[in-house]
Design a protein around this ligand. Structure first.
Ligand code: SF4
Length: 311
């Protein structure tokens, strides 16, 4: 059985509708498909990006349906309600690609080559600072690359910078950032500036804090993959729906993804709710704490003390 974290195999050439008049174009499309698969194998052991036509369409519909913050709240709450599925310590990641062999495969985004060309985190941060690959470059104050230690064993992934992050150039500041800092320090007994690495899927703020579009996620994700490669954490904790979907290469809701340890090559991936959602829904802190304990078990950590306030 194919590993659920492995990318779908490229289409067999014989299955492509080759015709004498357009054979060259079809072969070029096949080469692009193979290039896309190779690109996906460069990062953390390849969670597949949600790039199949069917998945992208579903992601687009989902993104459009959740543009407003209230809608995002509703989605997270609905996801939480769906989390009644039996818990397993290790589960299969849903297959991202259910596309037929004839479905068009997009070439890797231009940012993939830029990210691969960065030899270290400093070079990558510089490349990101000059990135104009999507329209968010026109509205950002500055790019928001990362925070924390470059040798961290655990990497938190958020969605995108908000207004505070856009202004300060640091991910997870403001109230949601303070809650994440509490989770790290009081819950895990770790030092935020040294023991964890924090990054977002998007490095530029979407206007009005809207959800990232599928195209923006696809374009910016190679920078995150390269960060993961260079930091090489043992555990990745995606925070919220967008981060979990991108890291695991699925469009499943967060309620189906959290509460479990997913295996992506040699890394453990433990999705949980976004701290901003916890601020609006304090009752979800209990589930987040359960997720954090799963991550700590993967790291061989014991809680320093009972968590305060359920966080
Ligand atoms: S969001 Fe990402 S892809 Fe878009 S301009 Fe910023 S760094 Fe580039």
């Amino acid at each position: 059985m194919q590993s659920p974290i492995e990318p779908a195999e490229p289409a067999e050439p014989a299955a492509l509708p080759l015709h004498p008049d357009d054979a060259a174009a079809e072969l070029a499309a096949l080469a692009a498909a193979l290039g896309a698969e190779l690109s996906r194998r460069v990062h953390l052991g390849r969670p597949r990006e949600a790039s199949s036509a069917g998945t992208a369409a579903r992601a687009t519909r989902a993104a459009e349906a959740a543009e407003a913050a209230d809608a995002a709240d509703a989605a997270e709450a609905a996801d939480a309600a769906e989390a009644a599925a039996p818990r397993a310590q290790t589960v299969a990641v849903p297959t991202a690609s259910a596309a037929s062999p004839r479905a068009p495969v997009a070439p890797p985004p231009p940012t993939a080559a830029i990210a691969r060309g960065a030899a270290d985190l400093g070079a990558l941060a510089q490349a990101v600072a000059g990135c104009t690959a999507c329209g968010l470059c026109q509205t950002r104050t500055q790019t928001v690359f990362a925070d924390g230690g470059p040798r961290a064993r655990v990497l938190f992934v958020g969605e995108a910078p908000g207004a505070d992050e856009d202004r300060e150039g640091v991910p997870f500041v403001g109230r949601a950032g303070a809650l994440l800092s509490d989770i790290i320090a009081k819950g895990m007994g770790l030092e935020r500036s040294r023991d964890v690495y924090i990054a977002n899927v998007l490095k530029c703020r979407p206007p009005d804090n809207r959800d990232p579009s599928p195209e923006e996620r696809e374009l910016c994700a190679p920078y995150l993959w390269r960060q993961i490669e260079l930091v090489d954490p043992a555990v990745i904790v995606p925070l919220g729906r967008h981060a979990a979907q991108v890291v695991l290469g699925t469009d499943a809701p967060i309620g189906q993804l959290r509460g479990r340890v997913h295996r992506v090559a040699h890394r453990a991936v433990v999705p949980t709710f976004h701290p901003a959602y916890l601020l609006r829904t304090p009752a979800a802190k209990r589930e987040t704490w359960a997720d954090i304990r799963l991550a700590m078990a993967e790291l061989g950590l014991q809680p320093p003390s009972a968590p305060r306030g359920g966080s």
